[in-house]
Design a protein around this ligand. Structure first.
Ligand code: C5P
Length: 206
């Protein structure tokens, strides 16, 4: 299969030098890309800024903002069989981006934020025969939230994990299928989870 994978964080700029982001390392997404290549799939990796080298053999697109990741995915998804959304996308961006570097005034600053585009939900809406697999990082009402996202983002499966996954070498995940049933629970290193997930995808979405 030809698989689109999103990985890493996105950045939302306040001015030309300051941005909001999160601590996503990209390790899970890059491990999935490596596992997919090792299993013989074609990989299209769209990645936010991370300190990792893209695996040899993948088609690689570096992006910074959510809007850039969204545009790249919209362009690349039609040529793929499915998408794995492992990116930790910023949910909000400042309503305005200041030109240059904003100088201090000695006064508090009030910022207004608006929601960013939901990339996976947009891909899910127009997926046609393609499959969509999301990740859900939840701290409260974890499973219920994951199942809600599965439906609202038109996913065929969702991988639930917890905030401990951020930046860590290992992970504990629950794979939830399209009916909301638990398909698997794995607690191991990210590369091993990636291998098991690609295996599961291979059986599920042939
Ligand atoms: O942030 P959230 O929990 O909604 O993320 C669930 C899934 O949706 C993840 O797979 C993430 O990559 C994707 N997502 C996205 N665009 C967003 C927010 C999340 O593609 N703006």
């Amino acid at each position: 299969m030809r698989i689109l994978i999103t990985a890493g964080p996105t950045r939302e700029y306040l001015d030309d030098v300051r941005f909001l982001s999160n601590a996503s390392s990209g390790k899970m997404g890059y491990a999935i890309a490596s596992a997919a290549l090792a299993a013989g799939h074609q990989v299209v990796l769209v990645s936010g800024p991370v300190a990792l080298v893209p695996p040899t053999g993948c088609e690689y697109y570096a992006v910074e903002t959510t809007a850039e990741m969204h545009a790249a995915c919209q362009r690349l998804f039609p040529e793929c069989d499915g998408v794995i959304g492992a990116a930790a996308v910023c949910d909000y961006r400042p309503r305005e981006r200041w030109q240059g570097k904003r100088t201090k005034t000695g006064q508090p600053v009030v910022l207004e934020f608006v929601e960013t585009e939901d990339i996976l939900a947009a891909l899910g809406r127009d997926k046609g025969p393609r499959w969509v697999l999301g990740f859900a990082l939840e701290s409260q009402n974890a499973r219920a939230n994951a199942v809600r996202k599965l439906a609202s983002k038109h996913c065929d499966a969702i991988v639930l994990n917890s905030p401990q996954a951020i930046g860590s070498e290992s992970n504990r995940v629950e794979v939830i299928d399209s009916r909301g049933e638990t398909a698997a629970v794995w607690e191991t290193s990210k590369p091993e989870i990636a291998r098991l997930l690609i295996d599961w995808i291979g059986q599920q979405f042939r």
